[in-house]
Ligand binder design. Structure first.
Ligand code: FEO
Length: 582
């Protein structure tokens, strides 16, 4: 059943997904309204679930923006006073935004969640409620559904940090459905309830993993281990995007493989944040994502919910520590955590600080002074956020993270370059290419994000439609603007006049710097990015596919538009001697 949209680009969907189990999906088609600024390309959904045994449980609710339609839809399904239990997978407001409304309708409902989730929820709903804190292995028996005869026995699994520290998974032994909320999810809005078309959703599945789960890879592996102890799972009912059923083992193996790769080695950067405080969560994700792009290990750490012993270990073992500004008047628990953090730092670490933009933060310079007390070096310049964070702020944070990640992996990168056999290296170096500058631009005004890079690994890849591939190193800033569906411009440099542009774009730019300052561009000629006035030709391209290599993405794009400035001039060619760098 599809219910009529309540407002442009918001709609609801209600479908049976298993025995006595129904999903209520809130479809948010408008990507620009989602609050994680970086990376969302295809809208999202917020999925809730009703499980009816002898008693009835609701798993999660929805985002507050669906208040006007979600509650009536729920009432169509069930009298809210007949819901016995609300299982809260975690308390981020995109899933818990209507818990207050539900409590208004049913003050006696029992709320089941992790201990941390129940603490967070008290601060969100500001009223007493019946509750039960659960840990891994504990169960909730909803009894036997009188119609189906299926017993719905729910087993809980702790899954801290996926994506907040308060997360639990819930496995229904009666239906074989595992409810995971953020984990295994993706930001992808369509009215397809299941993962019928894996090719369509794979890029967003990967992107979501890289942003939200990758920085917690160790926690992902722990959760997978717990999942391995369950009987056969037939569906993962995620909180965002299509439910995983048709290609389930494929998605689980992706998580296992990616998290295994990210957990190799002992050295990592600890990126701290404060759940439920300002923009600290999202900014920390942008920094962590940037660090991960450079192939460095990263671990997100919630200062609010990590116990003292674990915090001491996570901070003490880290090679770099990134902290948010904290409230000027922290409560006593947070004050203790800050003390533990400061005591855990040591002089050999790199440290960085960013504005949490929480409203009443300790000034960033005061926080920076405290975390460099023992003479620690800066991981990057303090990330000051002077207004509600915009796309360009997230871009700056991500690029700062990448610079830090490159520093952390420098030795490994040099060792890899030296490891190539000399003859092979010289032979590989005989592969030559043209010289190009890729430009990309998205958003406008405060949310404008744009970038550029020199490319020479470019090749035509199809006639019909006309297409080409560009290899982009994974730690390139512009990679964020070259996701499937994005547009970019390939500027072809000319043989007789390319040195100035080459020198300019080969410079190392500080995080967030305008790559086009001092360069003549034509901004409205091509879709996707600026055209360089001194380029020989330009091609406007739309990304169709991304093939993942070990250290580069091979980006296949369809060429939509192009023009040549001088039909007589030749393309600049890049000849190399060795193949271990560009
Ligand atoms: Fe989808 Fe972490 O909330």
């Amino acid at each position: 059943m599809v219910v009529a949209p309540s407002a442009p680009k918001l709609s609801l969907q209600c479908e049976a997904i298993g025995p006595d189990t129904t999903t209520l999906r809130s479809l948010d088609w408008d990507r620009s309204r989602f609050d994680i600024e970086f990376g969302l390309r295809n809208g999202t959904t917020y999925n809730a679930f009703l499980i009816r045994g002898e008693r009835t449980a609701l798993v999660d609710t929805s985002h507050a923006k669906f208040r006007e339609t979600w509650i009536p839809l729920l009432k169509e399904q069930i009298d809210p006073t007949a819901i016995d239990v609300l299982i809260v997978s975690h308390t981020e407001p995109d899933h818990s935004g209507l818990i207050g409304d539900l409590l208004d309708l049913n003050p006696d409902i029992e709320i089941v969640g992790s201990k941390v989730a129940l603490q967070f929820l008290k601060d969100q709903v500001h009223r007493p409620f019946q509750s039960r804190a659960v840990k891994s292995g504990e169960e909730l028996d909803l009894g036997i559904n009188p119609d189906s005869g299926v017993q719905h026995r729910i087993e809980f699994l702790s899954a801290p940090n996926l994506h907040w520290p308060d997360t639990i998974f819930s496995f229904d032994h009666g239906s074989g459905i595992l409810f995971t909320c953020d984990a295994f999810g993706l930001h992808y809005c369509s009215d397809e309830v299941f993962d019928r078309d894996p090719g369509a959703i794979a890029p967003d599945f990967r992107f979501y993993y890289d942003c939200l789960m990758g920085p917690n890879a160790r926690s992902v592996l722990q959760a997978l281990k717990r999942m391995d102890g369950l009987p056969e799972i037939n569906t993962i009912a995620v909180g965002h995007g299509p439910l995983l059923r048709d290609h389930l083992s494929h998605w689980i193996e992706d998580y296992r493989e990616w998290s295994g790769q990210r957990s190799k080695g002992e050295r990592y950067a600890a990126v701290c944040y404060l759940s439920q405080y300002g923009y600290s969560d999202r900014i920390s994700q942008a920094i962590a994502h940037g660090i991960g792009k450079a192939g460095a290990q990263v671990q997100l750490v919630d200062l609010r919910a990590t116990d003292a012993q674990e915090l001491t270990a996570l901070i003490g073992d880290a090679q770099a520590v990134v902290v948010p500004t904290w409230p000027a008047e922290p409560d006593s628990d947070l004050q203790t955590s800050i003390g533990t953090l400061l005591a855990g730092l040591h002089p050999k670490q790199l440290v960085g600080v960013y504005d949490a933009f929480g409203g009443n933060d300790e000034p960033i310079d005061a926080v920076a002074a405290q975390i460099t007390q023992q003479g620690q070096k800066q991981a990057f310049s303090p990330l000051r956020i002077k207004q509600l964070p915009q796309g360009s702020d997230y871009q700056r944070c991500e690029e700062s993270g990448t610079d830090l990640g490159q520093f952390l992996t420098k030795e490994k990168t040099i060792a890899a370059m030296k490891s190539l056999d000399g003859d092979l290296d010289k032979a590989l170096g005989r592969i030559s290419g043209g010289l190009y500058v890729v430009t990309a631009s998205q958003g406008e005004a405060d949310s404008l994000r744009r970038s550029a890079m020199v490319a020479s690994w470019v090749s035509q890849a199809s006639f019909s439609p006309p297409g080409l591939t560009v290899a982009v190193a994974k730690d390139r800033a512009i990679e964020a603007l070259m996701q499937v569906g994005d547009r970019f411009v390939l500027n072809v440099l000319r043989q007789d006049n390319h040195q100035t542009l080459l020198r300019h774009f080969l410079k190392r730019f500080p995080p967030g710097a305008d790559r086009f300052a001092g360069i003549n561009t034509l901004d409205d000629v091509a879709k996707g990015g600026p055209v360089l006035s001194d380029a020989l030709a330009f091609l406007s391209c739309r990304v169709e596919q991304r093939l993942e290599g070990p250290d580069h993405w091979i980006i296949y794009a369809v060429v939509e538009q192009g023009n040549v400035a001088d039909a007589e001039a030749a393309t600049a060619v890049h000849h190399r001697k060795v193949g271990n760098h560009y």
